[in-house]
Design a protein around this ligand. Sequence first.
Ligand SMILES: Cc1ncc(COP(=O)(O)OP(=O)(O)O)c(N)n1
Ligand code: TZP
Ligand code: MG
Length: 210
Amino acid sequence: MHGIYLVTDQTLCLGRPLASIVADAVRAGIACVQLREKTASTRKFLNQALALKPVLASAGIPLIINDRVDIALAAGADGVHLGQSDMPYDAARRLMGSNAIIGLSVETWADVEAAQNLDVAYLGVSPVFATPTKTDTRSPWGLDGLARIRAYSRHSLVAIGGLNAANAKEIIRAGADAVAVVSAICSAEDPFTAARNLVHCFDSSTDKET
Ligand SMILES: Cc1ncc(COP(=O)(O)OP(=O)(O)O)c(N)n1
Ligand SMILES: Cc1ncsc1CCOP(=O)(O)O
Ligand SMILES: [Mg+2]
């Protein structure tokens, strides 16, 4: 996983349709979309996934479903993002198959160590900074925690929590392979420009390293 990773939240889209925010972000060059619907009904969640799938597939961008393996399978999504209280990795892998993208949140050092034996596509370093978007979290990792995970883990790292164009560069410098955002795009006055700024930040930071 590499680039800007949009995690959606319909409730933070300021009344705008989720599909238009995702379309803007895709046009701006983001790398991945996670459909995260914590309050929607199963049917609404599935319909959102089915609506996004062809748009993302034609842009070559993977669709990841948060929490729900059943929705991921029903929608033909590319993968699922699992937290430490969600379906265990092994069960999700059996259901989703060997080609599915499975991401896993790490909230503690024990989670990071346990993930070393799992064939996950990436670790969601969660949260890097405290954020009002998700308050039921463990202590933030901070930049030092992110750097410590980078030094130890064999996995690709997706940083999440309180990230935006102002701090994306230091996040990448600390070792993130991808920068995941909710409010920085979903709640932006102009989601296209916000996403494009994040993509530019990411591209210019990674250019400097090569
Ligand atoms: C990329 C990414 N990283 C972490 C999370 C958080 O997942 P989880 O801990 O399961 O919390 P919820 O998102 O389900 O509230 C994530 N969604 N995406
Ligand atoms: C889903 C999630 N997981 C850890 S923090 C978070 C929310 C991040 O939201 P924001 O980018 O608005 O801080
Ligand atoms: Mg979860």
